[in-house]
Design a protein around this ligand. Structure first.
Ligand SMILES: Cc1cc2nc3c(=O)[nH]c(=O)nc-3n(C[C@H](O)[C@H](O)[C@H](O)COP(=O)(O)OP(=O)(O)OC[C@H]3O[C@@H](n4cnc5c(N)ncnc54)[C@H](O)[C@@H]3O)c2cc1C
Length: 70
């Protein structure tokens, strides 16, 4: 890969990186997009279903933080 030229290289195949890859591949005309993941498969860290609580939220329900900290 070191000799290849890409329009975009995304580092990390979690939910953020794969969502960005999908968005760029679907909604732009970029032809050379790479996704680099350090583990053998994608979503092996926080985005792995068994590594998180499996609920969908945007962070606003973290009630242990004060309003200022959010
Ligand atoms: C215990 C726990 C419970 C959670 N519960 C919830 C929940 O209920 N609801 C919710 O919405 N969110 C929850 N979250 C948060 C949510 O899981 C994360 O915010 C989300 O998965 C982060 O996604 P990400 O793509 O940013 O990061 P990650 O999923 O961590 O992906 C980053 C990727 O980058 C790769 N990477 C890192 N460094 C490199 C490198 N140098 N080169 C190549 N690849 C690299 C990693 O291997 C990994 O695959 C929870 C998190 C934890 C830890």
């Amino acid at each position: 890969m070191s000799n290849q030229i890409y329009d975009v290289v995304i580092i990390g195949g979690g939910v953020a990186g794969t969502a960005l890859l999908y968005s760029l591949a679907t909604f732009t005309d970029l032809k050379r997009i790479a996704l680099l993941e350090k583990y053998p498969s994608i979503a092996a860290v926080n985005s792995k279903a068994t590594n998180n609580s499996q609920t969908i939220h945007c962070g606003d329900i973290e009630t242990n933080y004060t309003l200022e900290k959010r």
